[in-house]
Ligand binder design. Sequence first.
Ligand SMILES: Cc1cc2nc3c(=O)[nH]c(=O)nc-3n(C[C@H](O)[C@H](O)[C@H](O)COP(=O)(O)OP(=O)(O)OC[C@H]3O[C@@H](n4cnc5c(N)ncnc54)[C@H](O)[C@@H]3O)c2cc1C
Length: 462
Amino acid sequence: MSRSEKARTRLESLPTGVAAPPDGRLRDLSGWGQYPVVRGVERLSENLPEVTADAVLSRGLGRAYGDASLPPENARAHVAGSRLADRLLAFDPETGVLRAEAGVSLADLNRILLPRGWASPVSTGTAFVTLGGMVASDVHGRNHHVAGCFGEHVRALRMQVADGRILEVDAENHADLFHGSFGGMGLLGHVLEVELQMVRVPSQWIWSESDRMGCIDELLPALLEERTRWPYTVAWLDCTARGRALGRGILMKGRWATEAEAPRERPKRGPVVVVPFRLPSGLVNRHSLRLANLFWYQKHRAKRQVGVVSTDTFFYTLDGISQWHRVFGPRGFTQYQCVIPAEVSVYRDFLDRFQRGGGSSFVTVLKDCGPAGKGPLSFPQPGASLALDIPIEGDKTRDLVAALNEFVIANGGRIYLAKDAFTSPEHFRRMYPRLAEWEALRSKWDPEGRIASAQSRRLLGS
Ligand SMILES: Cc1cc2nc3c(=O)[nH]c(=O)nc-3n(C[C@H](O)[C@H](O)[C@H](O)COP(=O)(O)OP(=O)(O)OC[C@H]3O[C@@H](n4cnc5c(N)ncnc54)[C@H](O)[C@@H]3O)c2cc1C
């Protein structure tokens, strides 16, 4: 759909519910894990190019966990916040092709388009992510084994590159910039608009089945077996269980409910519990995490649960607890997410090392991964991905991440930049074999190094 054709159906977008902080003030900026914290200026505008033109980086809703959405220390320029640029520009109800500004969130899309029978082809574990952020991280969902990454479904981008030019990019025009931007963490240019192929769905409800599994030897093969039967699969793991129960958990499967299965009414948003302030860091420790993990495991009383649930319940469970990251206290937390071969022996070894390294995690999620994305820095690759929420305990956490990284590299795996705050440049280079190709793109599109993040400084230098 070209820009001139784009206004076949115009839909008004509503605000995401995120308050805009005072513009242009020096303040503490952090990602979802609350670590690290960088002093910086964030500027917002409904007219996105107004703030991206001379920005050091773009930022969406700050849901990346570590330092990906933060400016480098002492950056001379501001970060451009996209969240006021949240208009749906065009939607074709026959083809499902959507054109929207980069600050539109998944929550916006669901609210406006799900009742009309269209869903995002890829959903993350929170609905509070922007289209720009989904492109930059080339996000994956519970359907990666069938749908691939977000970038597979994007038809075109409107971008502002470092020299100020605004370009329309797709698989034919500036194809290197287009592909390199998926997983490129916003470092090749600022995404202004996204053209996306939405998918038709029969209802706004999910038919879900979940099974309790006694150990990783049961859980991992079952996850792989279900890939041919279910579009959405994911498992929650009790990472504190040991011995014969190592890697026990709950396997969840889902598909869109048919019209006949779906309740007549629209799904209602459940109550949102707010964590009102940061709890003391000491409250989240090995003992409380063990109790929390035991609670989640035991809560799934029946061996199997079956039924129709809302998309909020199925995809975005954690969004039911607003500001839940505050549970980790002022020291914050990191999410360690890696993809490694989907083999029981590899997983047993990984979990064992994690526990012996003193690690414990609040929420641990296992996902099936299909083929790698098109972007040289896209995260998923064939295997299974594990994400662990680890409270930060200074050098202990750094050492744990380094030890896990060695294991991941030895097994041909890699970590997800959207979650990372601790990986060393050396480990990063050994994980991403197409890094040199992507660095050449960066030199081409930003020869003066105007766009940078705290993460790019940490991993790639200046
Ligand atoms: C609870 C939770 C669950 C999650 N589940 C998943 C999941 O299932 N799968 C998954 O893949 N990820 C998941 N994530 C990670 C999240 O999807 C990504 O970090 C996503 O990029 C966040 O989007 P954002 O709009 O908040 O971007 P931010 O966090 O603000 O920024 C993330 C990156 O995108 C860049 N960026 C943002 N906007 C633009 C733009 N307009 N132009 C150029 N670059 C831009 C930033 O520079 C930064 O590098 C989850 C995060 C949370 C907190």
